[in-house]
Design a protein around this ligand. Structure first.
Ligand SMILES: O=C(O)COP(=O)(O)O
Ligand SMILES: [Mg+2]
Length: 223
């Protein structure tokens, strides 16, 4: 068997490793209710995920009547995070085939990493509650290097590669944040069509678009 083309595989978290919309949506609606706004649908929430909780709330407010003043926003953000932290793994689960694919990649000698725009403490809490912590050599969140260096900036990818000791890296994600970060870091991007999209999946510009976790390892092996 020829050598696997990647030594490190970086995964986005929300909409890629795990389907977290069922826990994010009630947290968003909890904050919207506190703002006196209407709730948004699960589908709307899915389209707002990808840039971190702060951006998700900003966009939820935009689509329900417009922005609020800064101090009020901070209160709503805190309310969202409090609700989400308390319910972080209530309904969130890895996507079908995810754990098998991670096992196979580990069997190929790949180091696995999480590169998410979620705050690092929330990402670690969720990954721990799902029993996945030991699978990852590195977990970086959107605030780990500072928000201005979160995806789509290439910095988290560069830092993940460094933390994993260097080597060929592929980014696996679901949104423009992931694909742009990969392009900015000059690494290949694989996108999942089932995740949370701010644009139609075909327009993400990923090197490969796949539709199920069982397509991931073959897709990576073809690079
Ligand atoms: O929390 C978010 O909005 C983004 O998280 P992700 O980068 O894992 O998709
Ligand atoms: Mg995502």
């Amino acid at each position: 068997m020829s050598e696997f083309p990647f030594r490190i595989v970086g995964f986005d978290l929300d909409g890629t490793l795990v389907d977290s919309a069922l826990d994010l949506a009630p947290a968003v609606n909890h904050a919207l209710l506190a703002a006196g706004r209407d709730a948004v649908s699960l589908e709307t929430t899915r389209s707002l995920i990808g840039g971190g909780a702060r951006r998700m709330l900003e966009r939820a407010l935009e689509v329900t009547g417009g922005p609020v003043e800064a101090p009020h926003f901070e209160d709503l953000h805190a309310a969202l995070l409090e609700h989400y932290t308390a319910n972080i793994a209530a309904n969130t689960r890895p996507y079908e085939g995810c754990l098998d694919a991670l096992d196979i990649l580990a069997g190929h000698g790949c180091q696995l990493a999480v590169v998410t725009n979620k705050a690092e403490d929330l990402a670690r809490k969720l990954i721990e509650e799902l029993g996945l912590t030991s699978r990852f050599a590195s977990i970086m969140g959107g605030d780990t290097l500072g928000r201005e260096r979160a995806k789509p900036a290439p910095d988290m990818i560069h830092e993940t590669i460094a933390r994993c000791g260097g080597g060929h890296f592929a980014m696996v994600g679901d949104s423009t944040f992931d694909v742009k970060a990969a392009k900015n870091a000059s690494v290949p991007a694989v996108a999942f069509s089932f995740g949370y999209h701010d644009v139609p999946p075909e327009e993400l510009g990923a090197d490969v678009l796949i539709h199920h976790f069982n397509e991931l390892v073959p897709a990576l092996a073809r690079f």
